[in-house]
Design a protein. Structure first.
Length: 115
C-alpha cells in the first residue's frame, strides 16, 4: 500500500524558515511529477510547488515564488520543500502528492507562522 508521510512542520516566526520532507512507500515516485499542496483553515487545498520526475522542471504558485524551493531525491523516494521568508499567510497544513494523478492524501504537516 502506498503511503505519503509528510514531516518537518512547526511553529515559526514571520521571516523564518522551515524544511518539509515527504517520504513515500511503494512506487509512488517512479516516473511521476510530485508536488506540495497546502490547505489553510476554511480554504480549499491549493497547489504550492511541483517538480518533474527528473527534477529538471519546477513550478511554483505565485504566492511562494522566490521564497520556496522544491527538490527531490529519487533514490530515497523523498521530496522536500525549503520554505524561506515565511509569512503568516503561509500558515496551513502542507501535503505532498503526485502533481497530476493523486494518490490517497497523507496526514500532512502543520506549518504555523506567527506575526
Amino acid at each position: 500500500q502506498v503511503q505519503l508521510v509528510e514531516s518537518g512542520g512547526g511553529l515559526v516566526q514571520a521571516g523564518g524558515s522551515l524544511r518539509l520532507s515527504c517520504a513515500a512507500s511503494g512506487r509512488t515516485f517512479r516516473g511521476n511529477a510530485m508536488a506540495w499542496f497546502r490547505q489553510a483553515p476554511g480554504k480549499e487545498r491549493e497547489f504550492v510547488a511541483g517538480i518533474s520526475w527528473s527534477g529538471g522542471v519546477t513550478s511554483y504558485a505565485d504566492t511562494v515564488k522566490g521564497r520556496f524551493i522544491i527538490s527531490r531525491d529519487n533514490a530515497k523516494n523523498t521530496v522536500a520543500l525549503q520554505m524561506n521568508s515565511l509569512k503568516p499567510e503561509d500558515t496551513a497544513v502542507y501535503y505532498c502528492n503526485r502533481q497530476w494523478v493523486f494518490l490517497d492524501w497523507g496526514q500532512g504537516t502543520q506549518v504555523t507562522v506567527s506575526s
